[in-house]
Structures are given as structure tokens and as C-alpha cells.
Write a protein that binds this ligand. Structure first.
Ligand SMILES: Nc1ncnc2c1ncn2[C@@H]1O[C@H](COP(=O)(O)OS(=O)(=O)O)[C@@H](OP(=O)(O)O)[C@H]1O
Ligand SMILES: Nc1ncnc2c1ncn2[C@@H]1O[C@H](COP(=O)(O)OP(=O)(O)O)[C@@H](O)[C@H]1O
Length: 249
């Protein structure tokens, strides 16, 4: 097994920078809550895994192919021996970012109203904030973390990028724009949601009654027309290989 090269700029001094970043971002409200440094470093974990932790952030309209392509990448990476995880919109909205309807029975209406997430702009912002925080934890453990969320707002994605790259390194956030035209997504309509949105039965539906802010400069821009999910997944795996995320291949 090959090991990652030493990263002299990311040892003790990087740990100090991380502690100070975390303390700065929380000190305004809760000075008594202080970040605690850990003795096993990210570099130790990455060396053990022979890979570089990062976040591969898929964004695009509902039905554009995020889940399908992310699953194909996950499988291909796994076959190469990489340690990966996949956070997918529909799954995450069952628990971590559940809607009020899922929370009421267990936690009561007040809790459900306060913490349950829907699809308004602020709810999406909180959804992406939570997922960004979880993705950062995975990436810091050296895991190649794939995420598949509509994430329609550029500012929300930018905040996650800022978090991932401040705590980790430049290049740790790989934005993948799954660029499938709205007409194609609407024709596919695997869950019948576009039909409902057109009929006014679903509010704030991305692309129909809610905005989608396409990334102007994603690390990977997938033009999906006439390309199979497998071929598109290969583009991503090649990018990760070329950018040093997979050390053992
Ligand atoms: N109003 C509205 N707009 C967009 N999408 C909707 C909406 N209501 C439900 N759904 C379904 O929820 C999935 C999107 O959830 P996300 O967590 O990825 O959305 S977001 O990132 O917070 O914008 C999305 O999943 P995908 O189709 O896999 O993208 C839809 O199935
Ligand atoms: N490149 C592609 N070419 C043709 N069909 C695709 C492609 N990618 C995804 N699909 C199909 O489109 C539908 C929606 O894909 P999905 O991955 O669920 O999208 P999303 O996660 O973005 O909502 C699925 O039926 C899937 O099989």
C-alpha cells in the first residue's frame, strides 16, 4: 500500500488553524463552548486509508441524474478499494432533515414546526447547512463523501465550500453540476413531481415555481445529453484520480 506524502503545512499548525477557525465561528454566541482539538489528525486517518478526504457535491434539478450518477461513482470507487459514503437528498430528508410531518408523532407539533424542513428558501438553506456540516465530518475522517442534493442556491453551496476548504484544503470541495435540461427532467419525471408541480399541487418546486442557480464555474460540468450514467461517472472518477484523491490506484 502506498501512503500519502507528508503535508508539513497541515500538521500542528493546521490543527491550530482549525481550532481557531472553529472557535471564531462559534465564539460570537457561546464563548463557553470551545473547540477541542483531537489527537488523531486527519493526515493520520488519510494515510491509513491511502486516500484524500473530500466532498464531491452533485447539484442539479430534480430528475437530472444526481442519485444515479453518484451511485455509479460510489460503486466504481468502492471497486477501486476507496472508502466512500453517499448522502442522498431523499434519504437525508427521512431523518437528519426530516419534514414537520415526519417529526410530529415522535416529538410533538412545536418541535416539528421548529426543526422540520420543507422546501422554502430558508428551509433549503438549513438543509444544506446541516448536510455541509455532516459532509465535513466525513471528509475530515478521510472519507470520499458524495452528496446528491438539488442545492439550488449558489450562496448555500458557497458556504459549504468555504467550510470544507477552511477546515481542510483547497480542492477538497468538488462541485459537480449535473446539467440536464429542464425539459428532459420533466419528461423523465420518475416520481411524478413535475406533473404535480405543474398542476399546482406542490409549491416551490425547483425549475417550475422556484429558482435554480446554476454554478458558473463548477469543478466538473456534466453535459448529460446522450451520455450514459456510467460514462458520466467515469468522468468524475478520472477527475478524482488526476487530483490525487485516490492514492492506492
Ligand atoms: N419543492 C420541491 N423542490 C425540489 N424537490 C422537491 C420538492 N418537493 C419534493 N422534492 C423532492 O425532494 C428532493 C430534493 O431534496 P433536496 O434535499 O435535495 O432539496 S434541496 O437541496 O434542499 O433544495 C427531490 O429529489 P431529487 O428528485 O432526487 O432531486 C424531490 O424528489
Ligand atoms: N445520463 C442519463 N441518461 C438517461 N437517463 C438517466 C441518466 N441519468 C439518470 N437517468 C434517469 O433519470 C431518472 C432520474 O434520475 P435520478 O438519478 O433519480 O435524478 P435525481 O437524483 O437528480 O433526481 C432515473 O430514472 C434515471 O434512471
Amino acid at each position: 500500500m502506498r501512503y500519502l506524502p507528508e503535508r508539513p503545512n497541515k500538521t500542528a499548525s493546521a490543527n491550530k488553524a482549525l481550532v481557531s477557525f472553529m472557535n471564531e465561528s462559534s465564539s460570537n454566541q457561546r464563548p463557553e463552548v470551545v473547540w477541542h482539538d483531537q489527537s488523531v489528525s486527519r493526515e493520520d486517518r488519510e494515510r491509513q486509508l491511502a486516500q484524500r478526504g473530500c466532498v464531491v457535491w452533485f447539484t442539479g434539478l430534480s430528475g437530472c441524474g444526481k442519485s444515479t450518477i453518484a451511485n455509479a461513482v460510489d460503486r466504481k470507487l468502492s471497486e477501486l478499494g476507496a472508502v466512500t459514503t453517499l448522502l442522498d437528498g431523499d434519504n437525508i430528508r427521512h431523518h437528519l432533515c426530516a419534514g414537520p410531518d415526519r417529526l410530529t408523532a415522535e416529538h410533538g407539533p412545536e418541535f416539528a414546526e421548529r426543526f422540520g424542513l420543507g422546501f422554502g428558501a430558508i428551509d433549503r438553506e438549513e438543509n444544506i447547512r446541516r448536510i455541509g456540516a455532516v459532509a465535513e465530518l466525513f471528509a475530515s475522517t478521510g472519507i470520499i463523501t458524495l452528496t446528491a442534493f438539488v442545492s439550488p442556491y449558489a450562496r448555500d453551496r458557497q458556504r459549504v465550500r468555504q467550510l470544507i476548504e477552511s477546515v481542510g484544503r483547497g480542492g477538497d470541495f468538488v462541485e459537480v453540476f449535473v446539467d440536464t435540461p429542464l425539459e428532459t427532467c420533466e419528461q423523465r419525471d420518475p416520481k411524478g413531481l413535475y406533473k404535480k408541480a405543474r398542476a399546482g399541487e406542490i409549491q416551490n418546486f425547483t425549475g417550475i415555481s422556484d429558482p435554480y442557480e446554476a454554478p458558473p464555474t463548477p469543478e466538473i460540468h456534466l453535459h448529460t445529453a446522450d451520455k450514459s450514467p456510467e460514462a458520466l461517472a467515469d468522468e468524475i472518477v478520472n477527475y478524482l484520480k488526476q487530483n490525487g484523491m485516490l492514492i492506492r490506484t
